[in-house]
Structure formats: structure tokens, C-alpha cells
Ligand binder design. Structure first.
Ligand code: EPZ
Length: 433
């Protein structure tokens, strides 16, 4: 078991280069299955969720080769299994993208239900609704989801909630279905557009990604392509907040500023200076930080995946801030850990009230999910004294060498191996986010 040890109080300076987007990569890698030829995927982040995706592809028979830094050549033509077993699915929530990709290619799929989850109830009813609309039948038994269809046919799909995963899965399943599929009340996140762009670069016919109506006209065949994953909007936002929390001054590189608008606007309101360039931003703080009210919402609203990080920044600001979490019911679990570091936060249902105390103190804490872990790193960087963060495997699922990037910006952070406690559960048996 590894942990991060952070000696706080150092300003972040210099620059950081943002990696490819986790939530785009974990959909694009399964989407390669739909191609009849090999594909090269570039700007793939080095994170454990990506490793699991690549392992699943290999396990199914695909030929996966690393072809230079952050790039993989994947030949899906040798795939001879349509099953994702529990041992993989339990480690990564996004294993559900194999359902849409396998169904779209082979008219059948067998994927273990994604493991239990620390964000509260995470239903997949909208995914199943989309597959059914396209003509597939599903059965759920012994923890496995089985899908099969004689033929997939284009259809109208109206989502009852705005859902990233089901929107992606509907596109994956519809891309080779006969005729036109219209997906309404679709999610609009940058990774939705990235998946559509990738599929179109293989010869798909998808229009409207990034709006709430996506039209997919089915094609017979998809071809090999070379495609580069977009930069990670949430990794970029996390570093922006970390720079602000340490009252630092640094450049965040390899970003798409448009994807960061809701984050940038809130940070400016809090008192953070931001200067935008074509594909980078300078972020710095030279005055007081002030309270803000934030409500999470689907894109283009403020992302739930940045909620814990900005809450941490608000503990350092003047005044009382209010955060409303509208997406995940259990996304305030990090609050107990921040309290151990001196934060004054009261949670009532989906609302958190943050009394800015202006300071945090180092403490031993535990990451309870990916973004909670990122928030604790930010807290540790800003706090006085030493912070030790356990269960960092959550952080490594989604951040590409976070400690190395922070160290290069002047942070005092190291990864330390500690022997497993007797009877401790191994990280692999814990639930995926
Ligand atoms: C994606 O999860 C992300 N994961 C999450 O990022 C992110 O928090 C979330 O979108 C929201 O932006 C990946 O992309 C792999 P949803 P997803 O379907 O697709 C309800 C991170 O930190 N819903 O958009 O699983 C659901 O309960 C992770 O990187 C249904 O009711 O989320 C939630 O309230 C964590 N039925 C809302 O929709 C369904 O069938 C949005 O969920 C599906 C979802």
C-alpha cells in the first residue's frame, strides 16, 4: 500500500503539462472494438483505469502495443471473446462502455455489473433503455449483464436524466445500427464530443455531439484511424485550484480553455487571476480569496468532478460559501477528512456550508474516491505541517503522475510504500468510482 506524504506551505510555480482526458480515453479505447482495422490512439493518460481498459482488450483477444509515449496501436480484428469478467469490471466503473462497443460490433455482449460504488446509487437503467430501443434484449443474472440482438435498428432514444455514460453507450451501439438513431436529452461534456469525433474519424456518421440532440446514421463498416485524446479538463481544473490554494503562480499547458469556462469563471470570482492563451493558462493569486456559491450541473455547468477540489479552496477563502451537489448523493464523503485538517464544513443533504477559516493543518487522512483524493492533496499542499494521504490508488486511477507533476512545480510531496496491515483488504477488492 502506498501513501503520499506532503509537507505543505510551498507555492506552486513553473508549469504543468496536462495529460489526455480519463473520461474520454476510457470510452475511446473500448470504441476501437468497432473498427475493422487497427487504430492508433495518442495522448492516452498513464493511469490505472486506462491500464484496465487495455488489459480487457487484450483479454478479449485484441493486439495492443505501446507505440511511443502515451500512444497505443490496437488491432481489434483478432477479438474472439465478447465477455468482460468480474475481475476487471469491478475495478473500473467505465467497464460499461464495453457493453455498447461489443453490442455495436458483434450484436452481443456479456459484461459483469460494475462494482459497488462510493458515490451513492449509480443505476444503469438509461444505458439499458438505449440498448433496448435499438433492438437488443438484456438479462441480468449472477452479476452479469447479457445483451443480444438479431439486428440493431436506429431508433429514437429520450433520456430521463442527462447521463454521460448512457449517451456514450447509445452512440457506441448505434454507430453501425441500420438507419437513423436520434438521442435526445443527451449529455454535452467535452468527452462526448471527443468520442463522436473519434468514431467519425473511423467513418461513422454522428452529428450534433455537444448539443442535447445527437443524430447517428448507421454505417456498415468502420476503418482504422489515428486519433489523439483531448486534454483532461478535470486534471487541468485540479491543478488550477492547487496553484490557487498555494497562492502560487504557474502555467497550465496542453488544455482547451473553452472546456474550462465554468471552472475559470468561478475561480475568478473567488479572487484567482487567470490569463488565457490558445492552449494554456497562467494562474496566480496575489490578493485575498473570497467566498462563492457553487451548484454542480451537467456540462456546461460546474462539473461535479471539481466539487471537492474547489470546496477545499473555499476553506481557505474569507466568508461563508455554499456548495450544492446535484449529481452524486455521496460526494461529500471527503468532508470528514478535511475537518481533520481544520476545515469548518457542515453538510446537510446535498448542501455543504463552508466557513472559510483561511488555513488548514496537516493530518493523516484517507482518500475515499478519486476526486476526494485530489482535494486532500490540494489541502495538504496548502496546509501547515505534514499531511499523509492513504488509499492513493483512488488518485492513481485518474491522475497521471500527479506527485511528479507537483514536485516539478516545487511541492514537497513523496510517495511512500508502507507494508499492508494484517487482514487489510487489498486495493483490488475495493470498489471502483
Ligand atoms: C461520468 O459518470 C464520469 N465517469 C464521472 O466521473 C462523472 O462524475 C459523471 O459522468 C458526471 O459528469 C466517466 O466518464 C467514466 P452519469 P457516469 O451517467 O457516466 C444518473 C470522475 O471523478 N443516472 O452522467 O456514470 C446518475 O445516478 C468520475 O472522473 C441514472 O439515473 O455518470 C447521476 O445522478 C466519477 N441512470 C446522473 O445520472 C443511468 O442509467 C449522471 O450520471 C445513468 C445515470
Amino acid at each position: 500500500m502506498d501513501k503520499f506524504v506532503i509537507r505543505g506551505g510551498r507555492r506552486l510555480e513553473g508549469e504543468v503539462v496536462i495529460s489526455g482526458a480519463k473520461n474520454a480515453a476510457v470510452a475511446i479505447l473500448p470504441a476501437v472494438i468497432l473498427s475493422d482495422e487497427p487504430c492508433i490512439i495518442e495522448n492516452v493518460p498513464s493511469i490505472s483505469d486506462v491500464n484496465i481498459c487495455l488489459q480487457i482488450l487484450e483479454e478479449m483477444g485484441a493486439d495492443v502495443r505501446s507505440v511511443g509515449k502515451d500512444a497505443y496501436l490496437i488491432d481489434p480484428t483478432s477479438i474472439n471473446k465478447v465477455c468482460v469478467p468480474y475481475e476487471y469490471a469491478r475495478k473500473m466503473r467505465a467497464s460499461y462502455y464495453f457493453l455498447g462497443a461489443l453490442l455495436g460490433k458483434f450484436n452481443k455482449a456479456r459484461v459483469s455489473m460494475p462494482g459497488g460504488c462510493p458515490l451513492g446509487d449509480r443505476p444503469i437503467d438509461q444505458h439499458l433503455k438505449a440498448f433496448s430501443a435499438l433492438g437488443a434484449e438484456y438479462t441480468l443474472s449472477q452479476g452479469m449483464i447479457d445483451l443480444k440482438a438479431d439486428k440493431l435498428r436506429g431508433s429514437q432514444i429520450f433520456f430521463d436524466v442527462v447521463t454521460v455514460g448512457a449517451t456514450m453507450n447509445a452512440m457506441l451501439a448505434a454507430v453501425k445500427a441500420e438507419g437513423l438513431t436520434i438521442i435526445e436529452n443527451a449529455a454535452k461534456e467535452p468527452h462526448i464530443v471527443d468520442l463522436a469525433n473519434f468514431l467519425n474519424s473511423m467513418g461513422a456518421n454522428i452529428m450534433g455531439a455537444g448539443t442535447d440532440v445527437i443524430k447517428v446514421r448507421g454505417v456498415d463498416k468502420l476503418y482504422g484511424t489515428t486519433y489523439s485524446v483531448i486534454p483532461d479538463q478535470i486534471e487541468a481544473g485540479t491543478f488550477m485550484v492547487a496553484i490557487a490554494a498555494t497562492k502560487g503562480d504557474a502555467i497550465v499547458k496542453n488544455i482547451i480553455p473553452k472546456h474550462l469556462e465554468s471552472i475559470t469563471k468561478k475561480l475568478e470570482k473567488i479572487g484567482v487571476n487567470i490569463e488565457q492563451y490558445d492552449d494554456s493558462m497562467r494562474v496566480w493569486v496575489d490578493g485575498p480569496l473570497v467566498k462563492a456559491n457553487i451548484k454542480t450541473a451537467p456540462h456546461p455547468g460546474f462539473p461535479t468532478d471539481m466539487q471537492s477540489q474547489i470546496a477545499t479552496l473555499l476553506t481557505l477563502a474569507e466568508g461563508t460559501s455554499i456548495i450544492t451537489e446535484n449529481i452524486w448523493e455521496q460526494r461529500f464523503r471527503y468532508v470528514d477528512e478535511l475537518r481533520r485538517m481544520g476545515a469548518d464544513i457542515t453538510v446537510n443533504g446535498k448542501i455543504a456550508l463552508i466557513e472559510g477559516t483561511g488555513k488548514l493543518m496537516g493530518a493523516p487522512v484517507k482518500a475515499c474516491d478519486l476526486r476526494a483524493g485530489a482535494a486532500l492533496i490540494i489541502a495538504g499542499l496548502a496546509a501547515s505541517g505534514v499531511t499523509e494521504i492513504e488509499d492513493i490508488f483512488h488518485i492513481e486511477r485518474g491522475y497521471d503522475c500527479m506527485e511528479g507533476k507537483l514536485r516539478a512545480m516545487g511541492a514537497d510531496i513523496e510517495k511512500v510504500s508502507v507494508p499492508d496491515k494484517p487482514n487489510a483488504k487489498s486495493e483490488n477488492t475495493k470498489a471502483a468510482v
